[in-house]
Ligand binder design. Structure first.
Ligand code: ADP
Ligand code: MG
Length: 380
């Protein structure tokens, strides 16, 4: 779950990171009032859950409150990377001498957190990583030991930060590391962390991505979810307890278990098709959850065939079949459906599908199911 800049900024402030605080406005009039209160010049910043807002025109300077109102109106009517802007952050404009990057994420290969710093902050860090990876300095953090002061000194020194700022940089890095660990984040990033013309460090942007699997430990953070920013299918999936990722292909997949779902997608590709989604209904899914999953797949107009692959263990095939039939009765799609139900109560499951009167293609092996789905998608 991604947090907005203003939300991440508040969290960073709690960890002692100096941030350029601001207030959120949802109308141009509010932005004007905030500009008066804060004192111009101000920077008006679109609050959308994507990066590169600056380049997209979502971050602009205002010299007067009137200008703040006009700019806020413009930004609030923008769509950035397909997302409509519903809120702006109004914040004091900083005098920037240098922009650096400081972030922490997870190095999956090394199985530990990795802190990264670069003198080339402000710009797209992924671009820096691609074109000049040596410009990003990294330290791996042992989670049992924590971030050590010598590591933050190394980062400060290797990005050429003036020695007078090393102590403050160390405090910021420690605060960032603690926020990352204590929030169960997968990413915490300040880009840019600037050196102001007064010679101090200040965080001008803030980004936190929380690990959804840790959210149950943080009811306060879970409440920060901005449901306006979710697509309807993401919301439906979350409410039904489904792991769902939309993809670009034509074959809708409904599978129980993430590993089986990935194997199913691989086989679809192997036989020349493209999956339209990753969808794991989880273990022991009841008919309602199965129905919600099928509705999600049917809501995607690009889907040309559906592949249902259930390996019944705790999940009962008859329960899955009941869920499927309940949706077919309601929606009556004319898409080819291939179902492979094996394991617990598979005979009952198949009987339910047969009795439903829908022509559902069946398969015994996964390869056969994938092949049939690919062929069905091509001819439909
Ligand atoms: P994004 O990463 O989405 O483009 P940022 O918050 O990083 O958004 O802003 C982009 C750029 O705008 C920054 O690199 C910085 O140069 C400038 N900027 C952002 N906030 C301020 C501010 N409060 N004062 C001065 N400049 C700012
Ligand atoms: Mg940024």
């Amino acid at each position: 779950m991604k947090l907005h800049e203003y939300q991440s900024q508040r969290i960073f402030a709690q960890y002692g990171i100096p941030v350029q605080e601001g207030e959120v406005a949802t109308t141009p009039q509010e932005a004007r009032a905030l500009a008066e209160q804060i004192g111009c010049p101000v920077v008006i910043k679109a609050q959308v859950l994507v990066g590169g807002r600056g380049k997209a025109g979502g971050i602009q300077w205002a010299q007067t409150p009137q200008e703040a109102e006009a700019i806020a109106a413009r930004i609030l009517s923008l769509q950035i990377k397909g997302l409509p802007v519903r809120k702006v952050l109004v914040t004091r404009a900083a005098d920037i001498r240098q922009e650096i990057y400081l972030g922490i994420g997870v190095d999956r290969a090394a199985a530990c957190p990795v802190m990264m710093a670069s003198a080339e902050g402000g710009v797209d860090i992924e671009e820096v990583a691609r074109t000049s990876p040596e410009a990003i300095r990294k330290v791996r953090v042992d989670p049992f030991v924590g971030l050590r002061d010598y590591q933050t000194r190394y980062l400060a020194k290797s990005i050429g930060l003036s020695p007078s700022l090393h102590r403050d940089f160390g405090r910021i890095a420690q605060g960032l590391y603690r926020s990352f660990v204590e929030c169960d984040a997968s990413l915490a990033e300040i880009n840019p962390l600037v050196v102001t013309s007064a010679g101090t460090l200040l965080a001008l942007d803030a980004k936190i991505v929380l690990d959804d699997n840790g959210l149950f430990r943080h009811p306060d953070l879970a409440q920060l979810r901005d449901i306006d920013e979710e697509t309807p299918s993401e919301r439906a999936a979350r409410e039904a307890g489904l792991s769902f990722v939309q993809l670009d292909g034509h074959i809708g997949c409904m599978v129980n278990g993430a590993g089986l779902a990935m194997a199913t997608m691989d086989l679809i590709r192997h036989f020349g098709g493209m999956p339209a989604n990753f969808l794991d209904i989880g273990g022991g899914a009841r008919a309602e959850r199965v129905a919600a999953a099928l509705r999600l797949i049917l809501a995607d107009p690009r889907v040309k065939a559906i592949l249902i692959n259930i390996f019944g263990g705790i999940t009962r095939c008859d329960e899955v079949a009941r869920g499927i039939v309940s949706v077919l009765d309601e929606v009556r799609p004319d898409l080819p459906i291939v179902a492979r139900l094996v394991g617990t109560n598979e005979a009952e499951g198949r009987a339910i599908l047969e009795r439903s009167g829908y022509r559902i293609l069946t398969a015994t092996t996964l390869a056969e199911a994938a092949q049939k789905a690919v062929a069905a998608a091509q001819s439909s």
